[in-house]
Design a protein around this ligand. Structure first.
Ligand code: GTP
Ligand code: MG
Length: 329
């Protein structure tokens, strides 16, 4: 990945930080490009940068949005984001996309879906860092959150892209996790894993419009019943189930009301801060593991040595324990 930062080598870190703290988008974009870079010298600069801007992010809100492809996440974010900027909020929209083969076309597609928001002076939309390593993508997204907060954005929205493990990593970086659902035909609880439902702070049934209203209302009752059966969450929060139409922009303000209620609730019982503390410590340990893995695989001739031992292990000439010991000696 080529970095804009490197293309203008005359800019100093101090100037970058200054511009960033003033809320300059150009500088924000450069800073994000820098933290996404995998080059060793960029890594050092990034560490310095992140360290310097690590200040007041306690007042911000981080909201994760998930749901199956086509449920209406991007359409919802457009409507929700516009509502927030109208309230005077500054909104940043990021995404976590573990697939490296995401085409430029789909990023473009999302931008057009968030057409109004992308033109809004108080909104900033940034697609996911590329890379097939989910841990790496997640880590740079976390740093991007910090950069956006330093630049003055007070609501950070993170959309999961694709289905799979990205729900868990997004859950681990947000204060509020919103699950978008559709009213299905038969069993309402099919189509999304129960585990993901249990992670949600809010279940939002989208596309409650036109012919779909009746089914959506029925689904709402079903999900409400299901939520009661889930184990109590650590926030001591009763998960709301509500309806919306991202297209017709109905039920959107209700979501914000619930989020504000959640914030008040979780700040007063201490969970808000506790959760952020746990998240950052978990991230710390994940990065240690990732760095250990990187340095192990960077060892001289390590691939060949592993290959040799694979054969010895397969033919029972050496034990797994011995082979591993040898690789670390
Ligand atoms: N009727 C109706 N259609 C909607 C609504 N929200 C979204 N759609 C439509 O559903 C389709 C998918 O919407 P997106 O916002 O792209 O969905 P997404 O979840 O972001 O999809 P991926 O990014 O591909 O995972 C689009 O054609 C939208 O116009 C809604 O509230 N009602
Ligand atoms: Mg989308």
């Amino acid at each position: 990945m080529d970095s804009t930062f490197r293309r203008t080598p005359d800019i100093h870190l101090q100037d970058l930080i200054k511009g960033l703290l003033q809320g300059n988008r150009g500088f924000l974009s450069r800073a994000i490009t820098l933290v996404e870079s995998k080059r060793a010298d960029d890594r050092r600069l990034s560490a310095e940068l992140i360290d310097k801007i690590l200040t007041e992010s306690q007042k911000t809100l981080r909201i994760g949005i998930t749901g199956v492809p086509g449920v209406g996440k991007s359409t919802f974010i457009e409507a929700f984001g516009k509502m927030l900027t109208a309230l005077g909020k500054k909104v940043a929209v990021l995404s976590v996309d573990p697939s490296s083969n995401r085409t430029k076309g789909s990023i473009l597609g999302d931008k057009t879906r968030m057409d109004e928001l992308s033109k809004d002076a108080n909104a900033y939309i940034r697609p996911s860092a590329s890379g097939s390593n989910l841990g790496g993508v997640a880590s740079s997204t976390r740093e991007t959150i910090l950069l956006c907060e330093a630049a003055g954005f007070d609501v950070i929205i993170i959309e999961t892209v694709g289905v799979g493990q990205s729900e868990t990593v997004v859950k681990d970086m947000v204060d509020y996790f919103l699950l978008l659902m559709l009213a299905g035909g038969g069993d309402e609880l099919q189509g999304i894993k129960r585990g993901i439902m249990e992670m949600a702070d809010h279940i939002l049934i989208n596309k409650a419009d036109e012919d779909n209203v009746k089914a959506a209302r029925r689904a709402k009752e079903d999900y409400k019943n299901a939520v009661h059966l889930f184990p109590a969450n650590e926030a001591d929060w009763v998960v709301p189930v509500s309806l919306c139409s991202a297209l017709e922009k109905t039920g959107i303000d209700q979501v914000w009301k619930e989020i504000e209620r959640y914030e008040q609730h979780s700040r007063s019982n201490g969970w808000f801060i506790e959760n952020r503390k746990r998240q950052v410590l978990k991230w710390f340990h994940e990065r240690i593991h990732a760095r250990l893995e990187d340095s192990f695989y960077a060892k001289k001739d390590i691939k060949e040595k592993i290959k040799e031992r694979e054969e010895l292990i397969s033919s029972q000439k050496i034990s797994v324990r011995k082979a591993v010991e040898e690789l670390f000696s």
